[in-house]
Design a protein around this ligand. Structure first.
Ligand SMILES: [Zn+2]
Length: 315
């Protein structure tokens, strides 16, 4: 099957059925640029790059055309969610033979981290034409917007994220939903309050930064070095080689995500801890046995801008 046909099969299965009878890819010397049921692309690029731009423009069939998203108002919802569809499709089609990674969109995460540390970041709730630099616009809209989606899966759970995209399609196709409508669907599907996440990640440039503070025997202290609170998955390896996954929900979620079926968690006992009250800078808990290693979010979906202090080995 050709790449384009495969893209539409994949995107339809994950984001809702492509509803029009045709899609036309025109090598027309401009772009890539998205139009309803068509794209204009340029030539003279390698196969993967050509496929990538086609996937991106075709993904706008969902995150622009089906939902009538205004890219000058909600640029992250338009370009970011489109980039998310594109990245998942690229991954699905080009790397399906390898092991399924826990985070298939590391490239947008890296782009977002560079932006977050550049000093040039502006809130992605800005109207698209009002950023001070194109650098800040493009990294917010394309990269941070894609991170917004994948990280939502970290908060509500991978399966709930997939359900959210399909339910959003059922409820809102051919209408003009806002980002708040997407949030409500995610809340309905997961039973988790998401007001804080959408507010902080979209309307502010606050950054997430957790660290493992102290490990002493069975005691573990985690520190929030930032002003952005998140729920935490913490994988602990014991001195006897066994593992345990601890989950700390954020109190403001008013709920918990269910267990997720990543390979790295296979056969690992999951323990849900008490909620972290988001204003507290530290959180301590007692593990079951002598601790050898601690790792905050081994799936790498938490957009923590300083990850070097997210894992620690007891010497
Ligand atoms: Zn685009």
């Amino acid at each position: 099957m050709g790449f384009a046909a495969e893209f539409f099969d994949f995107a339809s299965s994950r984001f809702g059925a492509y509803p029009w009878p045709t899609y036309t890819i025109v090598q027309g010397g401009d772009g890539g640029m998205e139009y309803g049921t068509a794209t204009l692309i340029t030539g003279n690029r390698n196969l993967k790059s050509l496929v990538n731009v086609i996937f991106h423009e075709a993904a706008h069939s969902w995150y622009q055309h089906l939902f009538g998203i205004n890219e000058t108002v909600d640029e992250w919802f338009d370009e970011g969610f489109t980039s998310y569809v594109e990245e998942l499709a690229m991954h699905h089609i080009f790397e399906r033979k390898g092991a399924i990674p826990t985070n298939p969109i590391m490239e947008p995460y890296r782009g977002y981290y560079r932006l977050a540390l550049s000093g040039k970041e502006e809130p992605m709730s800005l109207l698209a034409d009002y950023y001070n630099t194109n650098y800040a616009y493009s990294n917010a809209a394309y990269n941070k917007g894609a991170v917004m989606a994948e990280q939502l899966g970290y908060i509500i759970g991978k399966e709930n994220l997939e359900k959210t995209f399909l339910k959003f399609y059922e409820l809102w196709k051919f209408k003009h939903p806002t980002p708040n409508d997407f949030k409500r669907v995610a809340e309905d599907v997961s039973g988790i309050n998401l007001k804080w996440y959408f507010n902080l990640f979209i309307n502010t440039t606050r950054k997430i930064d957790y660290a493992i503070d102290t490990i002493a025997g069975k005691e573990i202290i985690i520190r929030n070095k930032s002003d952005f609170a998140m729920p935490l998955d913490i994988l602990v390896e014991y001195k006897d080689g066994s593992k345990e996954l601890f989950y700390i929900p954020l109190r403001e979620m008013r709920g918990e995500k269910p267990a997720e079926n990543y390979d790295i968690y296979a056969g690992v006992k999951r323990t849900v801890l008490e909620d972290w009250f988001w204003t507290k800078p530290t959180y301590s808990f007692t593990a079951s046995k002598e601790v050898a290693k601690v790792w905050i979010d081994p799936t790498l979906r938490l957009a923590d801008i300083e990850s070097s202090d997210n894992h620690k080995i007891v010497k």
